[in-house]
Design a protein around this ligand. Structure first.
Ligand code: SF4
Length: 61
């Protein structure tokens, strides 16, 4: 799974960074995917996706 953040939707709440700090980092109020290949725990990325309040995270194969 490869997480992608729609930067136009992200409001910088920090949920994804809190759940998956090795993958997401909020920089200047926008979440960046700092390690797109780093998510080997599918549940972690799915939790980030589910806990994004604006549905800015999608998971690609
Ligand atoms: S959870 Fe969603 S809105 Fe919050 S920082 Fe991450 S991508 Fe942005």
């Amino acid at each position: 799974m490869k997480p992608v953040v729609d930067e136009g939707l992200c409001i910088g709440c920090g949920n994804c960074e809190q759940i998956c700090p090795s993958i997401f980092q909020v920089i200047d109020d926008i979440s960046k995917v700092v390690d797109p290949e780093g998510c080997d725990m599918q549940d972690c990325c799915e939790a980030a996706e589910e806990n994004c309040p604006v549905e800015a995270i999608t998971l690609e194969d």
